[in-house]
Design a binder for this molecule. Structure first.
Ligand code: MTE
Length: 331
């Protein structure tokens, strides 16, 4: 879809907290190396099936029970998590509309099983893998993270997932893999927002490889002990707790290792407003509002806003990744 500057709407064009409260690749997989990595690429017929987008009656699989998991205290904050309703009825997922209630209201019929993920680019193991292949070898853990949207709201989320780095290592990135690009499903039939020119679809995000490999960077498959609901980015979404929420790309179908910095959706749409790094930084204002404070969802509109912390409170863990980088210029 061509980028349509006429119809373009930026998150910042929408009445936000910060302003007024109002509001592919063929299976060229080395089978041997895939097997060595504990992965079995999909067969062609299965790929074709997944690509056709079968109706639920014709083949959508039911989600299995969530396996047992433990909370990882090392990587969890002690603040009380927001409720399931707080986390799943007020969302940004522009593929389903621009209002915060749209994802909850319009994503319920979205089919997230069967699901597959393409692994591409600078890695020894590439190909298309089922969701089950992606998840299975990893022990799921709960991590309670702070989450800060660039619009000025925040919440505390008990994610269920596993470190992205553990998955990436299975594909054996080459020395040329300097970045990781992640892409959301493109399916305008299922995603009404993709029939509009709000963004240049599909939604793309990316990280530098060291950010992607950082132990805090999570691939989430659930929250509050349940599988992710569709509006939260089922069946697989990224969570990078020290960055603004728009880096946390939802419903991922492709992971590509690249030598060059990926062209990410919001950075392309409005480079002066949304940097590639997007590290939470109360000292660098958005061009149209301050980032010094945030509104905690669920606290009530009258509750005083709280201070936003550098790197969203994760400076001790991640500030060293950016040594020597001017974070006022490269935000
Ligand atoms: N991913 C996709 N594919 N589409 C989106 O519109 N919005 C981003 C991010 N990931 C978005 C996305 C933004 S702006 C935010 S703040 C978070 O998702 C919101 O995640 P949540 O709704 O689960 O809280």
């Amino acid at each position: 879809m061509d980028f349509d500057t006429e119809n373009r709407i930026l998150p910042s064009d929408i009445p936000s907290d910060a302003t007024d409260f109002g509001r592919r690749r063929v299976l060229s997989v080395l089978a041997a190396s895939a097997a060595a990595a504990g992965l079995s690429p999909l067969s062609e017929p299965a790929v074709a099936q997944a690509a056709r987008g079968l109706s639920p009656a014709a083949g959508a699989s039911k989600a299995p029970p969530v396996p047992p998991f433990k909370r990882n205290a090392r990587w969890s904050v002690t603040e009380a998590p927001n409720s399931w309703d707080d986390i799943t009825t007020y969302n940004n997922f522009y593929e389903f509309g621009l209002d915060k209630s749209d994802p909850y209201e319009k994503a319920q019929a979205f089919r997230t099983r069967p699901w597959s993920v393409d692994i591409a680019g600078e890695a020894e193991v590439t190909g298309r893998f089922t969701l089950e292949d992606i998840i299975k070898p990893h022990a799921l853990e709960e991590r309670v993270y702070r989450f800060r949207c660039v619009e000025g709201w925040s919440r505390i989320v008990p994610w269920l997932g596993f470190p992205l780095g553990d998955l990436l290592k299975r594909f054996r990135p080459t020395s040329r893999a300097k970045f990781v690009e992640m892409t959301t499903l493109l399916d305008p039939r299922q995603m009404p927002g993709q029939r509009t020119g709000v963004l240049d679809w599909p939604y793309v995000e990316g990280l530098r490889i060291d950010e992607a490999m950082h132990p805090l960077t999570l691939l989430a498959v659930g929250l509050h002990g349940r599988w992710l609901p569709n509006q939260s980015g089922a069946p697989l979404r990224l969570v990078v707790p020290w960055k603004y929420g728009f880096k946390s790309v939802k419903s991922i179908v492709r992971i590509r290792f690249t030598e060059r910095q990926p062209r990410t959706s919001w950075n392309v749409a409005a480079p002066e407003e949304y940097g590639f790094f997007a590290n939470v930084n109360p000292a660098v204002d958005h061009p149209r509002w301050s980032q010094a404070k945030e509104r905690r969802i669920g606290a009530g509109f009258l509750a005083p806003r709280i201070d936003t912390l550098p790197f969203n409170g994760y400076a001790a863990e991640v500030a060293s990744l950016y040594r020597g980088l001017d974070l006022r210029r490269f935000y």
